[in-house]
Unconditional design. Structure first.
Length: 118
């Protein structure tokens, strides 16, 4: 049964890539939002629980939000720009990473693009 599921996911992934859809490094749900203090060198971040597509693994990943991170909300076929302040726990998101995932606990990555899908 598990093997059929893995094969099915491979077919779905192949179809998405072949049709030119966006490639997401992770899809999941926001489970926490962390705002950086003004006096801190830390950046804003969100904790996302979901599927890291490069390895088809379920994981919790801390996604750092930088000045270069583009954040959108999907509205039908359109994307509207939103800010970090609009991100809330429980939202479904698709994420593209910028650079590698740092193997810490939880793993950390910088967000290049985040799309709120629900």
């Amino acid at each position: 049964m598990a093997m059929l599921f893995v094969m099915f996911m491979g077919v779905v992934y192949g179809a998405i890539v072949a049709t030119g859809g966006d490639h997401w490094d992770m899809t999941g749900n926001v489970v926490g939002v962390c705002s950086a203090d003004n006096n801190s060198t830390d950046s804003n971040s969100i904790l996302v629980q979901g599927l890291v597509t490069s390895g088809n693994q379920q994981a919790n990943v801390t996604v750092r939000i930088t000045n270069d991170t583009q954040i959108y909300i999907k509205n039908g076929n359109q994307r509207n720009i939103i800010t970090f302040g609009d991100l809330k726990s429980g939202q479904s998101v698709d994420i593209q990473f910028k650079g590698p995932i740092i193997q810490s606990y939880p793993p950390q990555a910088s967000g290049s693009q985040i799309v709120v899908t629900g």
